[in-house]
Ligand binder design. Structure first.
Ligand code: TLP
Length: 344
């Protein structure tokens, strides 16, 4: 199978499996797992922040951040295809008792400008609107097709939000992809954010886990909420050992996934009825519209499955995500399969 449903399908490398087998462990709820502690210290160092916390998933990291930053009844501003809004099962309402305030980005890049955010803010506490407690950003932006936000853009939003005492949380599930695409560092891209979550278990290839990064005070509170949510994992060093390799080694090869995604997009752009601008594909996510083929995404995905290819389709689009399990030959095979399927 060529599984392009997501980069979450990546399997641990041999080096990760070996490190997991020999990992030094302890009880992480007591803060005594040396491998988890090393991973947390290293993540904080790489992001040039004070502290970091290993958590089971990206969703938990995002939800802990929302919980720590907000009060009950607050509003959280987010782009209207943000993962926290679309794909976390209403957790922000369930766990934090906040309202999400989705805003459509004018240029559909997924990255809001301050002029789009500002009208949605409630900062004058007039006993009517719920106060804006947090702004959530996403880089790269998954549902906008892996688009990236520059360090300059992010700083601008952070500076303006901070002028109103509003914190910024960055869902950086794929922040390393963004850094590679922009030829910069994750520290530079996230410097002014109050908290960041990034996933070890997507393009970086670890089997499990995300990191929450921020100030010492923020991470102390996050640790308490991780425990309350059932995320205290005891001998988690077994997982952190793979996470350390993901953090150190995997970013070096992400450009290969991006080149494969671009190659795929260029092939797709040649197919009648498929709509995609290959230049818009700068990381590892390709979302293309198939409505003009006269076939549904579900029908095309079913054809692909018959040819041992897995992709996700919804509305009028199909998403494919490249990762370390794909070769350029796989990509060419997928393009040919799509040529056949879209003209059936
Ligand atoms: N994304 C998954 C699905 O949930 C859609 C995927 O296949 O892309 N933030 C972003 C931007 C994400 O893309 C995801 C997962 C998460 C958070 C959640 O991470 P996990 O799955 O570790 O909870």
């Amino acid at each position: 199978m060529i599984d392009l449903r997501s980069d979450t399908v990546t399997k641990p490398t041999d080096a990760m499996r070996a490190a997991m087998a020999s990992a030094e462990v302890g009880d992480d709820v007591y803060g005594e797992d040396p491998t988890v502690n090393r991973l947390q210290d290293r993540a904080a160092e790489v992001f040039e922040k004070e502290a970091a916390l290993f958590v089971p998933s990206g969703c938990m990291a995002n939800q802990i951040a929302i919980k720590v930053h907000t009060d009950l009844g607050d509003e959280v501003v987010i782009e209207d295809r943000g993962h926290i809004y679309l794909h976390e099962m209403g957790s922000a309402s369930v766990i934090s008792g906040v309202l999400l305030r989705p805003i459509r980005s004018r240029d559909r890049s997924g990255h809001l400008e301050w002029s789009e955010i500002e009208p949605a803010l409630h900062i004058d506490h007039d006993y009517h609107g719920s106060a804006t407690g947090l702004i959530c950003l996403e880089n790269s932006h998954n549902m906008a097709g892996g688009t990236v936000m520059s360090a300059h853009h992010c700083k601008d939003l952070c500076d303006r939000a901070h002028a109103h005492n509003i914190p910024i949380h960055l869902d950086g599930a794929r922040i390393f992809n963004a850094a590679v695409a922009l030829d910069t560092t994750v520290a530079e891209l996230t410097r002014h954010c109050d908290s960041i979550q990034f996933c070890l278990s997507k393009g970086l290839g670890a089997p499990v886990g995300s990191m929450l990064v921020g100030s010492r005070g923020f991470i102390d509170q996050a640790r308490a909420w991780r425990k309350r949510l059932g995320g205290g994992m005891r001998q988690a060093g077994i997982l952190a050992a793979a996470g350390l390799i993901a953090l150190e080694e995997s970013p070096k090869r992400l450009h290969e996934d991006h080149a494969n995604a671009r190659r795929l997009a260029e092939g797709l752009a040649e197919i009648d009825g498929v709509s995609i601008d290959p230049k818009s594909v700068v990381t590892n996510i390709v979302i293309f519209d198939v409505s003009a083929t006269g076939r549904t995404p579900a029908a095309i995905c079913e054809d692909l499955k018959q040819q041992d290819i897995l992709a996700l389709g919804w509305d009028s689009v199909i998403r494919v995500v490249t990762h370390n399990g794909n070769s350029t030959e796989d990509i060419d095979y997928v393009i040919n399969a799509l040529v056949k399927s879209s003209s059936l």
